[in-house]
Design a protein around this ligand. Structure first.
Ligand code: HEC
Ligand code: HEC
Length: 478
């Protein structure tokens, strides 16, 4: 080819590639303000140390575990799957008009339940039933989820919420399209499932991983339970009143609210009404034998999840106790524990507990020992879109960067080593534990030396970033 012709060909190629540029589809980016603040090293969602008293009990040790969407094996929960689930759980993009997230009706400060009888969905309509607390939702699962246990698996339940015309109003396709259009979800899906491909099933699986990671074993009850053999032994850390409440609970309540998690293996009737406006399981089956049958969730954190019952009819635990004390109605399906006779008999009134005020107070005091405030304060279960929950007080996620800091712990000198940095320019900042900046430098080197010479021993953060990527590593100085 003559040089002249070659020149024209090259010119043509350049021209065509330039002309082709505008037609390359730019995916729409959600503003960086909507990016979650995530830790550079994932929080631990996998290693849950269930107390022995839970593991040894066949009821509380029945654990719900979702199968991965690919159908493959592997652990039901992994840290990156649950991290993705956390972001989805708190993301209002999961509702039609972007106003409501799962957390709107499952508030970490309220035992992951809601404070109203019926929760408001995306369009201002309210749910048919009271929101359920989802702490320890993985345990004691015999018959599925929801007040009538109509959802077999948690993924089913998640699609019910997402696609519900009251709760979130979002189709699977719209959800996938929205997530694909963000700057961060493709990467989070890749982290969780090994590919950037986003599907509704993977999203539901990740949310499930997050939800079943939310467990609570740090209540006053747990601390007492650990130090005795039997649930019925007096707990050394309980007051006399709380121990009295516990024994009354074990006598009158624990046949339905069973095990140390106080869960209900199957729906029951507790005599709220003679004629139920909401027939519970009977709404699905139309079978009179199922009318008024409901399944309460775990009574763990019950003091945080008011109001109570499927319709939120009781504002306080005192009202709940008074119901069992004097208010139980003689419904044909009333549970045996609440009847005087073992067989239903319309002419024999339900059992009256005839509790004294001291006993009623004791039962309320006992129920309050089931409160665990840890879940509300754990960063790993908190809203990742809230800058207040940014790890170490630092902000921004961007793409994680392959780099490490060594030796660690270090003395005087540490080094930052990059893999595949392609000699881009990076900022390197050293911060102390309170996020105060100690030093700031820039480098294009693959291996950069940090002089920590005269800094006091302690824990520092090494933050490496440019406008696209960011990574923070903890560095211990001896
Ligand atoms: C508008 C409020 C609202 C939103 C939004 C919402 N929920 Fe719920 N959630 C409820 C109500 C109400 C119930 C109980 C409904 C029933 O039993 O019929 C419930 C029940 C549940 C349960 C069952 C708990 C159990 O022990 O059986 C789980 C799990 C749950 N929600 C998770 C989620 C997740 C995950 C999301 C987001 C995808 C979500 N919810 C969105 C209100 C909401
Ligand atoms: C026969 C079984 C049965 C017995 C016995 C029983 N309950 Fe219940 N409990 C239920 C059912 C069923 C529900 C849910 C009813 C509904 O919402 O329609 C419930 C709901 C509750 C709730 C509200 C849960 C929530 O999330 O809103 C509390 C609190 C409670 N029971 C405490 C007690 C106490 C305390 C006792 C003993 C005095 C007791 N229960 C005895 C079956 C029983």
């Amino acid at each position: 080819m003559k040089p002249q012709k070659l020149f024209i060909v090259i010119l043509g190629a350049v021209f065509f590639s330039l002309a082709a540029l505008p037609s390359i589809q730019q995916t729409q980016r959600i503003t960086s303000g909507n990016e979650p603040y995530l830790p550079s090293v994932t929080y631990d969602y996998m290693n849950v140390d269930s107390p022995l008293f839970l593991i040894n009990n066949p009821v509380s040790n029945t654990q719900y575990s979702p199968s991965p969407p690919s159908g493959g094996g592997g652990p039901a929960v992994n840290n990156r799957g649950a991290t993705l689930g956390r972001v989805l759980f708190y993301d209002t993009q999961l509702s039609k008009n972007r106003t409501v997230s799962c957390a709107s009706c499952h508030d970490s400060k309220l035992g992951f339940a809601d404070k109203v009888d019926f929760s408001e969905g995306f369009d201002g309509d309210v749910t048919d039933r009271n929101s359920l607390g989802i702490v320890n939702a993985k345990f004691g699962r015999f018959s599925g989820f929801l007040w009538d246990r109509r959802a077999n698996g948690m993924d089913d339940q998640i699609f019910l919420a997402l696609e519900s015309s009251i709760e979130m109003g979002l189709s699977k396709d719209t959800m996938v399209a929205r997530l694909e259009a963000t700057s961060f979800y493709p990467e989070l899906f890749e982290d969780a499932f090994g590919s950037r491909q986003i599907t509704a099933e993977k999203a539901a699986n990740a949310i499930t991983q997050f939800v079943i990671s939310i467990v609570s074993f740090q209540s006053k009850y747990d601390h007492g339970r650990e130090s005795v053999q039997q649930i019925s032994d007096a707990f050394p850390n309980f007051t006399t009143e709380e121990n009295l409440g516990k024994s009354l609970f074990l006598t009158h309540c624990s046949s339905c609210h069973t095990s140390d998690l106080f869960v209900m293996p199957s729906p029951q009737n507790n005599g709220l009404d003679l004629n139920y406006a909401d027939k519970g399981v009977g709404e699905q089956t139309n079978n009179p034998g199922d009318y008024g049958m409901f399944a309460a969730a775990s009574l763990r954190n019950i003091a945080l999840t008011a109001p109570y019952m499927h319709d939120g009819r009781f504002e306080t635990l005192e009202e709940v106790i008074e119901h069992y004390n004097s208010g139980v109605k003689n419904h044909p399906n009333l549970g045996a524990a609440l009847r005087q006779n073992s067989l239903p008999n319309p002419s024999v009134p339900p059992r009256q507990l005839n509790l004294t005020q001291t006993q009623k107070n004791a039962m309320v005091a006992f129920l309050k020992t089931l409160t665990d405030t840890v879940p509300a304060h754990e960063l790993k279960w908190s809203d990742p879109f809230d800058p207040a929950n940014a790890p170490n007080g630092l902000s921004g996620i961007h793409n994680r960067l392959p780099m490490d800091v060594y030796p660690n712990p270090a003395q005087n000198v540490a080094r930052v080593r990059f893999t595949n940095s392609e000699h881009q320019l990076f900022n390197i900042r050293v911060l102390d534990q309170n996020g105060r900046m100690i030093s700031h430098d820039q480098t294009r080197l693959d291996n950069y030396q940090l002089n920590m010479g005269d800094l006091p021993a302690g824990v520092y953060m090494v933050e490496v970033f440019n406008d696209r990527q960011r990574q923070v590593e903890k560095l211990i100085l001896k």
